[in-house]
Design a protein around this ligand. Structure first.
Ligand code: ADP
Ligand code: MG
Length: 386
């Protein structure tokens, strides 16, 4: 059973020491947080815990191992009562954690300063766990990694999901059992990162539209010329082509020495580079989307960073218009549609990136399993003197 911070009575939270896994791996420039979206998403869980008098020890990683979380602390300081420890699970952190008063937070340094984080080292997990009574995971976007702060700590401390974690889990779960007729639209690049997902989606969805550079593998498998286009793995595409659920585009946008052109796939030659899905294919996709009750979309339809974004824009507009329950996600997918301001026209927009893909492919994540299997909070706990 997955427990969440909603399960705590308010009296239980008072004085409770919470080790809180956040995802504060946010863009930082010149020592300043430039995109606080992920901080904003999880701050309501932290405020909830602090509001009931918990002592909240926040841990997060930044992907660049040598960088500090100090800019995140500077940002948080304006929102909540918080202090900063200049190490991860060492004496400074322990000291600061011990000094916390009810309703105060503490941010520890970048978890990846310690190699025990990525290695899921038992001693490192114990050192983190020793500072707190319970563990909260509000970092769904990192929960596909079996790192110490994701799986090691909740094997020791009773584990709970935060609001943001629950929101992703509750909104992504319907994508595992879509209502028929259902449509999945998968684009992007690097077939290897999407292959398992494609196989799983084919078990559950009625139709699967392939766009982006992924489609190039299918064109090759169909025996078409793809010129200078990005391809990764036509062999796997070949076996998938047998599946009648799969829809491969019939036309594309290419770039060649003459500029940009729309072309039927049969007309692509060795000078062409395919950069987007063509208008005929989008027009064929539209009625399928209009009839669908569930739609899942991941992966840009084209090389949008290079200006090939008509296919992506059109797919976004179609999904925004139709009645289906729609789930949209993926790191690059969100970047590709952020200026369209359509997010509130989709049923759910997942900010979980790679964790979303893993969740959809496997039906769970290491971080979810760790919470489900973590120990119970002892009943006597509420009587204990903090
Ligand atoms: P997401 O992060 O949303 O899961 P991916 O990482 O799978 O998406 O793929 C996004 C990348 O795929 C983008 O950088 C985009 O430019 C690229 N892409 C899509 N279509 C093409 C194409 N036809 N040629 C080259 N790159 C493409
Ligand atoms: Mg990506």
């Amino acid at each position: 059973m997955l427990r969440s911070i909603q399960d705590f009575s308010s009296s239980r939270l008072s004085g409770l020491k919470v080790l809180f896994r956040a995802d504060f791996n946010v863009p930082i420039e010149n020592g300043k947080v430039v995109d606080p979206l992920r901080i904003g998403a999880t701050i309501s869980s932290i405020k909830h815990l602090l509001g009931y008098g918990a002592k909240v020890i926040i841990v997060s990683h930044r992907s660049e191992e040598k960088t500090s979380l100090l800019p995140v602390f500077q940002y948080l300081k304006r929102e909540i009562p918080i202090s900063f420890a200049e190490d991860v699970a060492g004496s400074k952190a322990r000291h600061a954690a011990n000094a916390l008063k009810n309703g105060q937070a503490l941010l520890l340094e970048n978890l990846r300063w310690d190699k025990g984080e990525k290695e899921n080292d038992t001693q490192f997990s114990k050192d983190l766990a020793a500072m707190a009574d319970v563990y909260v995971n509000d970092a769904f976007p990192v929960s596909h990694r079996a790192h110490a702060s994701v799986v090691g700590v909740p094997a020791i401390l009773p584990g709970y999901a935060g609001f943001q974690f629950l929101k992703e889990l509750e909104n992504l779960t319907p994508a595992l059992s879509p209502k028929s007729p259902s449509l999945a639209i998968i684009g992007g690049a690097k077939f290897a990162t999407k292959e398992k997902l494609v196989h799983e989606l084919l078990k559950k969805y009625d139709r699967l539209f392939i766009g982006g550079a992924l489609a190039n593998d299918f064109f090759l498998a169909q025996g078409h010329e793809v010129g200078k286009s990005l391809v990764s793995d036509a062999d796997h595409a070949r076996s998938l082509l047998q599946n009648s659920k799969i829809i491969v585009p019939v036309d594309v946008v290419v770039e060649n020495p003459n500029g940009k052109e729309d072309k039927d796939i049969e007309d692509v030659n060795e000078n062409d580079c395919i950069y987007d899905v063509g208008p005929k294919s989008i027009a064929a996709l539209k009625p399928i989307a209009e009839k669908a009750r569930s739609i899942l979309w991941n992966g840009p339809m084209g090389h949008f960073e290079k200006g090939f974004r008509r296919g992506t824009d059109d797919v976004a507009a179609i999904i925004a218009q139709v009645n289906a329950h729609s789930i949209v996600g993926g790191g690059d997918t969100l970047s590709s549609i952020q200026f369209l301001h359509l997010s509130d026209r989709f049923s759910f927009v997942s900010t979980a990136g790679g964790a979303m893909l893993d969740f959809l492919a496997n039906g769970t994540l290491p971080g979810i399993e760790a919470l489900k299997n973590s120990p119970q909070l002892p009943n006597s706990f509420s009587e204990r003197d903090h």
